[in-house]
Design a binder for this molecule. Structure first.
Ligand code: NAD
Ligand code: IPM
Ligand code: MN
Length: 333
């Protein structure tokens, strides 16, 4: 396996080394290919990602990615959107599962759901028209795009509790009527129990009754917003991992961004990145190793080796090293 390792900007440069330190404990036959992309590269070379970078990414099986800063410059093309589109990674899988010893804003820990976010179209079509007094963004919902994300969500639902929630805004957006219809048809033909809810009501319901949900499928921007919001249920944005999956490539990254307010301080929580690396191990078929990562992450929290977002005073490196050492101990046993 060849993995492109992209630290990116800001706290990406802090959390990815921690995730790599944990990965290295296993000594697996994984070749790491470091690649510089993002705002830092843009400042140096005037381009955040180029065709050669895309070739390197495509020569790898998957990508472990930190975070990238996106300036509000109209000439800056988002690296993440470019990669998701170029590698056609259409399913963004964002598990929301409490870790032992930490609860989020609701104080609940009896929930476990996954947001399946369409990752290539919707409000992220990049079809935009900017004038002085008006600007347009075209929202694209296609049958093909909806069908393939609905299939990914159904597959996951069948592996889990067979309960699909389709989230949309079809009372206002006719494009979402297509999304809803296609998701319903797909769930019916796949034999998956399904319900649907408008996204505004869903935001309230997720924060009030998170235990009611299993697999939540939705369009791109709604999935983006609901996933950051749901991270508050598990206790920190620094705990939420994600996987961008296509038919050929996969790309693993924390849900959070480059954290400019805490970058350089060494206090970013590396767990979202470490759990994203865990999702990479699962995707590669290393289930036993993935389980050990999750167990060691839980242990680090229970033993209160945590970064300030979880109330502790450990550094990014200390948390990563503690998790790596727990795994070493478990492997030696
Ligand atoms: P952000 O996710 O970087 O930060 C939001 C808040 O959460 C901040 O207060 C930050 O300190 C905190 N936070 C985030 N990750 C944390 C961690 N691991 N440990 C502790 N606290 C953490 O969102 P933002 O500030 O809105 O965005 C900053 C930049 O990141 C923007 O340029 C944005 O476009 C980009 N971004 C990139 C990605 C990505 O590359 N995957 C994702 C989201 C945002
Ligand atoms: C995410 C991020 C990205 C998104 C940005 C940085 C383009 O917020 O991965 O959730 O909106 O998809
Ligand atoms: Mn986001």
């Amino acid at each position: 396996m060849r993995v492109a390792v992209v630290e990116g900007d800001g706290i990406g440069k802090e959390v990815i080394p921690a995730a790599v330190e944990v990965l290295d404990v296993f000594g697996l036959p994984i070749e790491k290919v470091p690649l510089e992309l993002g705002y830092g590269k843009w400042e140096k070379c005037g381009v955040a990602i180029d065709d050669d970078d895309l070739d390197v990414l495509k020569s790898c099986d998957c990508v472990l990615f930190g975070a990238i800063t996106t300036p509000a410059d109209p000439n800056y093309k988002s690296v993440l959107l470019t990669i998701r589109k170029e590698l056609d990674m259409y399913a963004n899988i964002r598990p929301i599962k409490p870790l032992p010893g930490v609860t989020g804003v609701t104080g609940k820990s009896d929930f476990d759901f996954v947001i399946v976010r369409e990752n290539t179209e919707g409000m992220y079509s990049s079809i935009e028209e900017i004038h002085d007094d008006v600007a347009y963004t075209k929202r694209v919902v296609s049958r093909k795009g909806s069908e393939r994300i609905a299939k990914s969500a159904c597959k996951l639902a069948k592996e889990r509790r067979n309960d699909l929630m389709i989230v949309h805004k079809s009372n206002v957006l006719k494009s979402d009527t297509l999304f809803l219809d296609v998701c319903r048809e797909t769930a019916r033909s796949e034999g998956v129990d399904h319900r649907d809810m408008l996204v505004d009501a869903m935001a309230y319901s997720l924060m009030t009754y998170p235990e009611r949900y299993d697999v939540v499928v939705t369009t791109n921007l709604f999935g983006d917003i609901l996933s950051d919001m749901s991270a508050a249920l598990v206790g920190s944005l620094g705990l939420a991992p994600s996987a961008n999956i296509g038919d050929k490539y996969a790309f693993f990254e924390p849900v959070h961004g480059s954290g400019p307010d805490i970058a350089g301080k060494g206090i970013a929580n590396p767990i979202a990145a470490i759990l994203s690396m865990k999702m990479m191990l699962e995707w590669m078929g290393y289930q036993k190793e993935a389980d050990l990562v999750e167990e060691a992450v839980g242990k680090s929290i229970l033993e209160k080796i945590t970064t300030p977002d979880l109330g502790g005073d450990a550094s990014t490196i200390e948390v990563g090293r503690a998790i790596a050492n727990y795994i070493k101990d478990m492997l030696d046993r």
